[in-house]
Write a protein that binds this ligand. Sequence first.
Ligand SMILES: Nc1nc2c(ncn2[C@@H]2O[C@H](COP(=O)(O)OP(=O)(O)OP(=O)(O)O)[C@@H](O)[C@H]2O)c(=O)[nH]1
Ligand SMILES: [Mg+2]
Length: 293
Amino acid sequence: MYSTRAPSVVAPMKLQATPKDVRPASQPSPQRALEGAWLAEPAGVWVLLPTYNEAANLEAIVSAVLDHLPPIRRILIIDDSSPDGTGRIADHLAESHQDVSVLHRPEKRGLGPAYVAGFRVALEGGARFIAQMDADFSHSPADLPRLLEPLDEADLVLGSRYVRGGRVENWGRVRRSLSRAGCLYARTVLGVGVQDLTGGFKIFRREVLEHLELDSISALGYAFQVETTYRAMRAGFRVIEAPIVFRDRRVGESKMSPAIVAEAAWRVPALRLATTRDLRRAGRLIPRPASSD
Ligand SMILES: Nc1nc2c(ncn2[C@@H]2O[C@H](COP(=O)(O)OP(=O)(O)OP(=O)(O)O)[C@@H](O)[C@H]2O)c(=O)[nH]1
Ligand SMILES: [Mg+2]
């Protein structure tokens, strides 16, 4: 169902980083975890679940995600030492499900860095398709099969709130307007047609992540979502938006902050400038021909 053909534009990059603290089920020591047989197996779909204080959601979301994945799959929980005990729950889940692993990080460093760490582990573990989603039920696990389907034709599938059939439920007017304005701003500044650039429900072919130079991504919040999609597009990967219904988190607290919004505001134009400069240096940006009149 999910073909593994590589897109012709990709120049795969070798990743050096080795995760030190992945703990798959029944592999108690971090070092042994890296030598586990599962690392050598081709794991089809990996779902990355970043968590910070998601104790009330984690067990239910893991169970729902497992219900909607094909047999060759892995869930990687990336927990930044949540004070509410999410990490301990994650360890229990990893002990009782062979397809669940945990990456423990020493402190809260933001969503983007958590995903970058998770991407490395997934690539190292042989993932073919890497999905990312919130652990608070804003993204529905039931949508996973539908988002995996277009990967026959696409390199990156975006769960989109703002294409036909997609929508946001139970957000107030301010939050809605902020999100729409943010997407319009990013789309305009970057000059791309993607409707939902800030969404966090996405599935990458591994070749896209191999190409992205993960070391150079430092964005923390919405800017991180914009950056990975934009860089993939500029590299020539095929991006498809599939409609999703986004619901406000069931329980727990949002980690959204004004700083995250401000970060997106300045990083988006910076991203455009940096990407254009890099393409020009690489001789891949063709200047527009001068007008003849
Ligand atoms: N590991 C890790 N996970 C994080 C961090 N910040 C947020 N998360 C997780 O990332 C996901 C999205 O965070 P949310 O707090 O839901 O932020 P949001 O979706 O932008 O905001 P809401 O729409 O208000 O929920 C959730 O699963 C969080 O637990 C972080 O610094 N580290
Ligand atoms: Mg959320």
